[in-house]
Write a protein that binds this ligand. Structure first.
Ligand code: KG4
Ligand code: ZN
Length: 336
């Protein structure tokens, strides 16, 4: 008998639902919330209201695109955390109600674990073997994790202030770019000189990151140059993007290489919205033989927030009969 899992993701500003059959994706729908663009960042209250509007149509479409009846579902996997509490509450309440209505098990999923375990989705390319270094890079997180097994993860480094995606987005806002700015900066970078402007890198010990210094230095620099030439940003946009991206990639790279050396683990697995960045992929792929590691990047649709990765974790937990009680609440902060 095939196992059908419905995954529901609502941790930030994307409402997503997906149906997997034995680990294969039958549908994976994502409703983005355009409303945040005009605010230059996610507004939590607006996000949870938009989730409320989107969740029923998105789930219905995911089930109908999978070409199954909802009564064929074997379990519902949902994002319990981490994320915005109001957003998480919409997905978790909906999932609990549906699991009661259909009388099928409920499975809680940690969003950051799911970003890494997305690599085990059937069509996500070659699968890493354990142990590996997991690097989760998104709008809300920058973490280095030792992944010993599917559900045996140890955090060994993280950002002490801004997340890497947040740095892209906030610096993008300083240049007048739309939110989220990561993909725009990435695109502009391809036309610019990465060495035109130099920004200092943070001096943080161990495997932790810090991006707030870069963000401030970038702001000061842009303000200073704009005073001298009001058209500076417009004229230099590609060089600014390329130089900023170059610095961010260098900061990320140094700590990941340090983690490989410290742990003696030579597989590096990326997850999260920033892991589709062309500068990051090029840098890590180019240096594989130099530093003796293999890097894995997810398929594009599994980089940003998506419910297929939630359903994938649901499938792994379903096989372990690792079900969740409906008493468990959403968790804004949730370390695996
Ligand atoms: O994982 P995700 O969809 O949501 C969070 O959990 O945060 O990541 C969203 C982040 C945003 O900060 C966005 O700017 C960034 O991913 N992003 C990128 C690129 N595409 C999306 N950052 C750099 N380069 C990209 N190509
Ligand atoms: Zn995410």
């Amino acid at each position: 008998m095939p196992t059908y899992i419905l995954g529901i993701e609502s941790s930030c500003d994307d409402t997503s639902a997906s149906v997997l059959c034995d680990g294969k994706v039958l549908s994976n729908l994502v409703a983005n919330q355009e409303i945040h663009k005009s605010y230059g960042g996610v507004v939590p209250e607006l996000a949870s209201r938009a989730h409320q509007q989107n969740i029923i149509p998105v789930v219905n479409q995911a089930i109908s695109k999978a070409n199954i009846d909802k009564n064929q579902l074997n379990a519902i996997a949902y994002t319990r955390g981490p994320g915005l509490l109001g957003s998480l509450l919409v997905g978790s309440s909906f999932s609990k109600s549906l699991s009661i209505g259909l009388d099928i098990p409920l499975i809680e999923v940690n969003h950051m674990q799911a970003h890494l375990l997305a690599h085990f989705i059937d069509d996500c390319g070659s699968k890493p073997s354990f142990p590996f270094i997991g690097v989760t890079i998104s709008g809300g997180h920058t973490q280095i994790v030792i992944v010993k097994d599917y559900f045996d993860m140890e955090l060994i480094g993280e950002t002490l202030d801004d997340a890497i995606g947040e740095t892209f987005d906030k610096c993008g806002k300083m240049m007048g770019l739309n939110y989220p700015a990561g993909a725009i900066i990435d695109k502009n970078s391809k036309l610019g000189d990465p060495l035109k402007y130099k920004f200092t890198k943070p001096k943080v010990g161990g495997l932790n990151y810090s991006f707030s210094g870069l963000k401030t230095a970038f702001l000061r620099f842009v303000e200073k140059e704009t005073k001298l030439n009001p058209n500076f940003i417009q004229q230099e946009i590609n060089n600014l993007c390329a130089s900023l991206q170059y610095t961010i990639v260098e900061i990320l790279y140094e700590k990941v290489i340090l983690s490989i050396k410290q742990t003696d683990i030579s597989s590096v697995v990326f997850g999260g919205g920033v892991s589709c960045n062309s500068g990051i992929i090029t840098k890590f792929k180019k240096n594989e033989s130099v530093e003796d590691y293999v890097s894995y990047f997810p398929k594009f649709e599994y980089t940003t927030d998506n419910a297929a990765m939630i359903a994938m974790v649901g499938y792994l937990k379903f096989n372990n009969k690792d079900f969740s009680s409906i008493e468990k609440g959403a968790k804004a902060r949730y370390l695996f």
